[in-house]
Design a binder for this molecule. Structure first.
Ligand code: NAP
Length: 288
């Protein structure tokens, strides 16, 4: 039941109609008996500042921020959390006395999803495919968790180089390298932990992977594709076919959401059976 005192949160994006966050957060709100409602808000690119002022004036406790506003919101925030500063993008806003504080829960959400699957990062040689917004959060997390090395492979080499330079500077060690997607044959390792962050292979372009040569996948022991639709991407299929382990992006989505929900409601815990139920509900929706 939502009362007149309900906490109101939402997601801003452009577009926002595809977002699973309203379903997920309202499911958690109901399952946990919270007086809480979460709404989708389509915000045009030119209206981001007005939208944040409006949400604050309307008493919104918090917002999630999705593509393409994750950087655009930053100038209008009262404060930034350390990870959001390092990543250079924000996906969660939390109401403070004089405006919103920006967080990035993508990195922590992925870390939690990997921990749940007993994936070790410390000391591992890692690959990140892609150098867009999500790759920044992933690279930040891998560097923070002290991967031995992180090589970012991207179609546009300059973007990969910039990302590697930024992270090496931020973490004060030379652990991150850059290469073009076509340069995978020059990689020295045979036993990588790989995170796929490009949009290649996402529905409706399922059936494609950013690297399609099966020989690449023989070098991967463990992989995460942060895409969550389809449930098994071509990248995951190729990893599994070559004998490696692969997980998809749905758990990252769920855990980044739970971390945001806890930032808005610090008193809550989300029991495992509630997480499992939310997951199966989301899987059902994604199958349609
Ligand atoms: P983005 O900033 O637009 O970056 C897209 C990346 O994909 C870039 O590296 C781009 O390479 C690469 N790319 C696009 N088309 C390509 C192609 N045909 N061949 C090779 N590379 C190509 O997007 P993003 O925000 O990082 O999001 C990327 C994906 O992550 C999306 O599918 C999104 O749904 C997913 N995601 C999932 C979660 C989760 O919770 N599971 C969270 C965030 C994002 P160039 O630099 O060369 O253009």
């Amino acid at each position: 039941m939502i009362s007149g005192k309900a906490m109101v949160c939402g997601v801003i994006g452009n577009p926002v109609g595809h977002s699973l966050s309203p379903m997920m957060h309202n499911f958690f709100g109901t399952a946990l008996g919270l007086d809480f409602v979460y709404v989708p808000c389509h915000v045009e690119n030119a209206d981001v500042e007005t939208a944040l002022k409006g949400a604050y004036a309307l008493g919104f406790q918090g917002l999630n921020v999705t593509v393409p506003h994750k950087q655009r919101v930053m100038p209008y925030l009262a404060e930034l959390d350390e990870a959001a500063k390092g990543i250079g993008a924000v996906n969660t806003l939390v109401r403070q006395e004089h405006g919103y504080k920006g967080y990035n829960t993508d990195a922590a959400g992925l870390l939690q999803a990997m921990e749940e699957q007993d994936v070790e990062i410390r000391g591992r040689d890692c690959l990140v495919l892609g150098a867009g917004g999500a790759a920044k959060a992933v690279s930040y997390m891998l560097m923070k968790e002290r991967a031995a090395s992180v090589t970012v492979l991207n179609r546009t080499l300059d973007k990969a180089r910039r990302l590697a330079e930024e992270m090496n500077l931020l973490f004060g060690r030379d652990a991150m390298k850059a290469a073009g997607l076509e340069d995978w044959e020059k990689l020295p390792g045979e036993d990588y932990l790989a995170v796929q962050t490009t949009s290649v292979g996402m529905y409706p372009q399922a059936g494609h992977a950013p690297i399609e040569n099966p020989a690449f996948y023989e070098r991967i022991r463990m992989a995460v594709d942060i895409i969550y639709t389809p449930a098994e991407t071509e990248f995951m299929r190729l990893v599994r076919k070559a004998g490696g382990r692969a997980m998809g992006g749905l758990d990252m989505l769920i855990y980044q959401g739970i971390i945001a929900l806890k930032l808005w409601n610090p008193q809550i815990t989300v029991p495992d059976d509630v997480v499992r139920k939310a997951r199966s509900r989301m899987e059902e929706i994604l199958k349609k």
